[in-house]
Design a protein around this ligand. Structure first.
Ligand code: GLY
Ligand code: MN
Ligand code: MN
Length: 449
């Protein structure tokens, strides 16, 4: 199927979602004829004339992949989306037309030079809700405060964002391809002795990305820095080469994100570490196999902890049985984050804790508070699966101060601290025919495909 026909199918699906969301809002007393999705308003650094890099809002981007502030989509049940691109007459920036793309023929497309001109195209925006980052923009369009992102509308919109259309899976696949191309070259750079900075640049170049086109700031860590879950620095040559390397990075394509982690070790890294790396890679593949419709995502997270407890017992890192290790909660020290999250127009896509289509919150169990997804998997959900094992100073110090410290072989732990840890992450679509791993076929893991 061509991109244009997939996109048309996507819009048809969005129309059913919009109709449902508007009906649900109506049952809660919020009566709407349509929704104005705003790309958003640019913001500036404090006391500065430099804008913070702008990303069009995700609800807007679900309709059209149009980058830049102020653009609008008016969506009304049963009607073609009305897209208004705001292109100021301005001598500071390039004023090119939107490049021809698969989406333009399926929408009613207009250009104006300011947001205030949008109603000349859309007509009066009464009984229209505003979805975007700027209540001030809503006011400029004469949309009342009550209709700025009303909860009764936002809950079903968020819920529906969890189910990706075929068109969205295509865009996620391209984002995966770009991200994987970066990862393949990053691995080679690490193996040839590059620094964190150099590997980061190699990733960007191979993935064909500008800084602002990554899906999040890449986590590019050599050796002990791997233990810092969201390690934000990129060190220079004085800390290279490393023996162990982890890259957690992804690309965007038309707003859709990939989120991939690979960890690699040279043969000179500790044998125990290399065996842990192979085990986490095997564990990750098993967990990917659990991405099936009807399964509470929490089950995958709990299975990861069970398997990490086995690993701790098998390697002698704990001196008790795996069951006892699990009961004491020490797996939380070695795997302190959630097993993954929804992935889409946001790298941590929204709605992971939503209880039902009409809202509510399904919190993760208290001892697993960092789990970002408590929903039950459905066909069309796209999630990451990202188990790991870490030797993180802050968490190990906490454990050393607890009675359970006595079940830990600290000599072995101390041997592993310079290696930081391991994380392996892939992007997986839940389908009726089993999990569809978007990333593993494109970038092998430490034990191959
Ligand atoms: N990079 C953050 C994550 O993998 O969720
Ligand atoms: Mn990641
Ligand atoms: Mn992730």
């Amino acid at each position: 199927m061509t991109n244009a026909s997939l996109y048309q199918q996507h819009l048809d699906k969005l129309d059913t979602y919009l109709t449902d969301a508007i009906d649900r809002a109506g049952r809660k007393g919020v009566h709407l004829d349509g929704v104005l999705f705003h790309a958003g308003r640019e913001r500036y650094y404090h006391s500065d004339d430099q804008p913070i890099h702008f990303r069009s809002g995700p609800h807007f981007m679900r309709y059209v992949p149009l980058h830049g502030p102020e653009h609008c989509v008016l969506a009304r049940p049963g009607k073609r989306p009305l897209v208004v691109r705001v292109a100021p007459r301005d001598f500071w920036y390039e004023l090119t037309a939107a490049p021809a793309s698969y989406w333009q023929d399926a929408v009613d497309y207009h250009e104006v030079s300011s947001l205030s001109a949008v109603p000349t195209i859309t007509g009066p925006l009464s009984r229209v809700a505003y979805v975007g980052n700027s209540p001030a923009a809503a006011a400029e369009l004469s949309i009342t405060d009550q209709l700025v992102e009303p909860e009764a509308l936002m809950a079903p919109l968020a819920w529906h964002r969890g189910i990706k259309t075929e068109h969205e899976i295509e865009l996620l696949t391209v984002a995966a391809q770009k991200g994987a191309a970066g990862h393949r070259v990053a691995r080679k750079a690490f193996e040839s002795g590059a620094s964190e900075r150099e590997i980061y640049w190699a990733f960007l170049e191979a993935a064909d990305l500008l800084d602002q086109e990554v899906s999040f700031d890449p986590i590019c860590a050599l050796d002990e820095k791997i233990s810092i879950l969201h390690y934000q620095n990129k060190r220079g040559r004085d800390t290279a080469p490393g023996k162990v390397f982890m890259l957690d990075a992804g690309a965007t394509h038309d707003g859709y994100c990939s989120d991939i982690t690979r960890t690699w070790a040279l043969d000179s890294a500790s044998k125990l570490y290399r065996s842990l790396l192979a085990s986490i890679d095997a564990l990750e593949r098993d967990l990917v196999g659990m991405v099936t419709p009807g399964r509470p995502y929490l089950e995958i997270h709990l299975e990861a902890h069970r398997r990490v407890s086995l690993l701790l017992a098998e390697t002698g890192l704990v001196t008790t049985s795996a069951e006892e290790a699990l009961e004491t909660g020490v797996t939380q020290t070695f795997l302190p984050h959630g097993i993954g999250h929804h992935l889409g127009l946001q790298v941590h896509d929204l709605g992971g804790h939503q209880e039902s289509i009409d809202g509510g919150r399904l919190a993760p169990p208290e001892e697993h508070s960092f789990l970002r997804n408590t929903r039950t998997l459905e066909v069309g959900h796209v999630v990451t699966i990202e188990p790991g094992i870490y030797f993180c100073g802050v968490l190990l110090d906490e454990l050393r101060a607890r009675p359970e410290q006595k079940i830990v072989d600290w000599k072995l732990v101390d041997e592993l601290i310079p290696c930081g840890g391991v994380r392996i992450e892939d992007d997986v679509v839940c389908t009726n025919d089993g999990p569809m791993d978007l990333t593993r076929p494109l970038i092998q893991g430490p034990r191959g495909l």
